[in-house]
Design a protein around this ligand. Structure first.
Ligand code: UDX
Length: 438
């Protein structure tokens, strides 16, 4: 099948590459010429495990190509995916300007039947808005608008696309539904379902899924805070509740608050949708508040330890990306935490395996940058762990102690066992567990 993917961001690139991988002819379009030139050579602008290998192979086999020319792409493709950014507007609403602009352009370019698919996370009713724009220029039989939200986790996005737990398709016509079914068939051969529904329900499904997961994390963050105050250990509580299948083992890890390009934006946007419909979504508002507070918990711990005197302290930070296996720092809790540390007069030295360039672009010379995890520790008063990269899990503890001025670790991701830190002689504070004293 011939497919066009408009927008070569995270979602567009993974979508295009994975459809090419199953034998489709894919053309990816972007307004950014530099990006398109790099992609033609197989260079991806993002760090995503497995993506570049697949991309290079599909370029070589001529199943995927890149262009700035929207018209050429639309002429050929039966299915046109919109994978455009929907940034948060000032009030938290998803800004649809890119999606609607491209829809207007498509109205001028489509000459025979096309399926226009919204891949971007868009508020309920957007598929209808796109259809209304297309209708201004095109008769109804020339297009269908489909809502097909993605559920890709950064770091494992390729795998998530190739082996989805489910595919959600909001389609208004049998014809479009059949085309989508054919397209996704190779990915669901093990029996995972493709759910067909109306476009509004598909759009809501995406927001409900992400908001539910954000709520699950926030709930565990609050349980963790309470564990600290009651002397319980959240590790045990997590295991104890997670084995109940109604709760599930996943997404129960407390930390420094959720971040990334989806959860913060989507929870805000759903809350706004609720407001627009005069519905007071109390639970969602609490999720927003709990997550805001959670990012400050580790600062509170530091303040308490340093007796409110962070000024002049040298703090090492391991991990900046919003989660491991990505260089993405969008809405990463590390940003708020580092900003708070700087505001209190601390000096901050950072290390991350892949997000250094991104954090440098954000903070410039306000921070110290280290070539490796141990260098960051030199003479530091404490280490903060903000992303649970695998390479932090089994470090050389002796080397850590030699580098640090004092062996003090504040772990926002519960990377180490309490016994281990005790045995190694660290002062160790983590999330939802007892402090290991000196
Ligand atoms: C998420 C959704 O999982 C995906 O389905 C959706 O389409 C896009 O948004 P992603 O943003 O890549 O994916 O990351 P995810 O793995 O879901 O983690 C989001 C945030 O929650 C991270 O900051 C992570 O550290 C945090 N998190 C996750 C926790 O704090 N605890 C957990 O148990 C799980």
């Amino acid at each position: 099948m011939k497919i066009a993917v408009i927008g070569t961001g995270y979602v567009g690139l993974v979508t295009g590459t994975c459809f090419a991988e199953t034998g489709n002819q894919v053309i990816c379009v972007d307004v950014n010429e530099e990006k398109i030139e790099a992609l033609k050579k197989g260079i991806t602008p993002i760090y995503e495990p497995g993506l570049e290998v697949l991309l290079t192979r599909n370029i070589r086999e001529e199943r995927i190509s890149f262009t700035n020319d929207l018209e050429a792409a639309v002429q050929d493709a039966l299915v046109i995916f919109l994978a455009l950014p929907t940034p948060s507007g000032e009030d938290g609403s998803a800004d649809l300007k890119y999606v609607l602009q491209v829809a207007a352009q498509l109205g001028d370019l489509i000459t025979s039947y096309r399926v226009v698919v919204n891949k971007s996370t868009v508020p309920v009713g957007t598929a209808e808005k796109v259809a209304a724009i297309l209708s201004e220029k095109l008769p109804a039989e020339l297009f269908d608008v489909v809502s097909n939200p993605e559920f890709l986790r950064e770091g494992v996005a390729v795998d998530d696309f190739l082996k989805p737990e489910r595919v959600v398709v909001g389609a208004g016509s049998e014809r479009a539904a059949k085309i989508m079914e054919e397209l996704y068939n190779p990915f669901v051969r093990q029996g995972n379902p493709v759910y067909f529904m109306d476009t509004r329900s598909a759009e809501m499904t995406k927001y409900a899924a992400n908001s539910f997961l954000a709520m699950k994390i926030s709930f565990m963050n609050e349980i963790a805070n309470l564990c600290e105050r009651t002397g319980a250990n959240v590790d045990w509580v997590r295991i104890g509740i997670g084995s109940d299948q109604r709760i599930g083992k996943r997404f129960l890890f407390p930390g420094i608050g959720y971040g990334g390009s989806c959860f913060p934006k989507d929870v805000l946007a759903l809350n706004l949708t609720a407001k627009e419909h005069a519905y007071d979504f109390k639970l969602l508002q609490s999720v927003l508040e709990v997550n805001r507070l959670q990012k400050g918990r580790i600062i509170e711990k530091l303040r308490a330890y340093f007796r409110n005197e962070l000024n002049g302290k040298l703090l090492a930070v391991w991990g900046l990306a919003f989660k491991p296996e990505t260089d993405d720092i969008r809405d990463a809790p590390s940003i708020d935490i580092i900003e708070a540390l700087l505001a209190e007069g601390a000096t901050v030295k950072v290390y991350d395996p892949v997000a250094m360039d991104n954090i440098h672009r954000k903070f410039g010379d306000q921070l110290g940058y280290s070539a490796n995890q141990y260098e960051a520790l030199q003479d530091a008063d404490a280490l903060l762990i903000l992303t649970e990269w695998s390479e932090f899990r089994n470090p050389d503890f002796e080397k850590m102690k030699m580098q640090l001025k004092t062996p003090v670790v504040f772990d926002g991701r519960n990377v180490y066992a309490l016994e281990k830190m005790k045995e190694q002689g660290f002062y160790y504070e983590s999330m939802g567990r007892n402090t290991v004293p000196f």
